[in-house]
Design a protein around this ligand. Structure first.
Ligand code: ADP
Ligand code: GN1
Ligand code: MG
Length: 363
């Protein structure tokens, strides 16, 4: 397999690639920052697309090109910074937006956005509110994007019912003989089967609308400007597809309104923080209120529970399948993450009245 610097040579970078470092954020792709020396020093972000997850990487790139171009026009019209408020794709030397190696791996590159920071934990309600505004702006800017031009990169991505079927299949197959050791978690999941259809039913009967959504709104998919502390750029555009704003809301709360990291092992330290929930509701609605019906806003607490549960069962499924989907650092990593999400589900249910009362204040 070619080295990262050899791959870098295939992109239209200004200057020669001289060094790189691996980025350890993100569960799906492999990301590297490559330093190039020319007239000045520049850094590029080089990513190997996970083609087990994204089986049609060219379609992913077609979406990304369309979305980035569209966003740049919107940002320019708003007088914003087109180089920092969205991703800038760097083409390969042959003009394509990706480079495919002889052994079949797919690579893409962006200009690295400098002087930014990303977080795996909300540090304050203000910063989480700012993330909400960034995701809300992202949605608004894509409001008139031609959704029929988007490829569905992962079908049924937020179909929680289908996710539950996958879990049941993994339990039945028990490929790596882990099921017996996680009976409690499997039982928790099965006991919650009733909530799986909540969002899908709402979409089917027209109560919840579809738009162009991000679908992976965890806090570390926003880059914050180091100087202003403002949520600057929404990244990780692989799953931009038609979806419900409730997916984007729920996933953001799942991650950013948690008191602890997604893989915190001490479950006593894992709970839903109502102040963070409120900060997100406030920031998100300041951007997207006009795109939401009252009924959808009322479903915010439910959406947070359903999406947290959904990601929990995805982690548990992957643990049962032998860790084939998410990157893991140790053998029980997916199980730790699943337990963590289930703790948040249980705590969110306990705090449902509090979260509902907060939501009501904003209706
Ligand atoms: P994954 O799908 O694996 O989560 P991401 O696209 O989210 O991959 O990228 C992983 C990480 O790489 C991000 O969380 C961010 O820290 C960093 N990153 C990605 N693109 C850029 C960029 N253009 N500029 C600076 N950092 C970036
Ligand atoms: C993955 O790519 P990343 O790390 O931002 C996953 C999300 C999960 C998340 C859990 C394409 O997001 O759906 O919610 O992990 N992305 C994909 O942390 O499956
Ligand atoms: Mg990511």
């Amino acid at each position: 397999m070619s080295s990262v610097l050899e791959i870098a040579e295939h992109f239209q970078f200004a200057g020669a690639p001289v060094s790189y470092e691996a980025c350890h954020v993100g569960h799906i792709n492999n990301t590297f920052f490559v330093t190039c020396l020319g007239d000045t020093v520049r850094r590029y972000t080089l990513q190997r697309i996970n083609t087990d997850v994204f089986t049609k990487p060219i379609e992913v790139m077609e979406n990304m090109v369309g979305v980035c171009e569209f966003l740049k026009k919107k940002i320019a019209a708003e007088g914003g910074d087109t180089e920092r408020e969205t991703l800038t794709l760097i083409p390969a030397r042959d003009g394509k937006m990706y480079f495919r190696t002889e052994d079949g791996s797919f690579w893409r590159s962006y200009a690295t956005i400098e002087n930014v920071v990303s977080y795996s934990l909300s540090e304050s309600p203000e910063m989480f509110r700012s993330a909400a505004c960034a995701f809300g702006r992202f949605f608004n800017r894509l409001a008139d994007y031609p959704a029929d031009q988007l490829h569905v990169t992962i079908p049924d991505f937020h179909n929680t019912v289908w996710r539950m079927e996958n879990l049941k299949r993994a339990v039945a197959e028990d490929r790596v003989s882990r099921a017996a050791g996680v009976r409690e978690e499997i039982d928790f999941a099965l006991a919650h089967e009733g909530i799986c259809s909540a969002l899908m039913d709402g979409i089917r009967d027209g109560r919840f609308r579809l738009g162009v959504t991000h679908n992976d709104t965890k806090l570390n998919n926003v880059l914050f400007d180091k100087d202003s502390g403002r949520g600057l750029c929404v990244i990780d555009l692989d799953t931009v597809m038609p979806g419900s704003l409730l997916f984007d809301f729920g996933d953001a709360i799942r991650f950013g309104a948690s008191s602890a990291l997604e893989d915190e092992t001490d479950l006593d330290r894992v709970y839903v923080v109502p102040e963070m929930y409120e900060a997100y509701v406030d920031g998100f609605l300041s951007e997207v209120r006009s795109s939401l019906k009252e009924e959808e806003i009322r479903a915010f607490p439910l959406a947070a529970t359903v999406i947290t549960f959904e990601i929990g069962i995805r982690f548990l499924t992957d643990y049962l399948n032998g860790d084939v989907y998410f990157h893991t650092d140790y053998p029980t990593h997916n199980l730790v993450r699943a337990r963590n999400q289930f703790k948040l589900v249980a705590d969110g249910e306990r705090k449902r009245d509090i979260l509902t009362a907060i939501t009501e204040k904003y209706i």
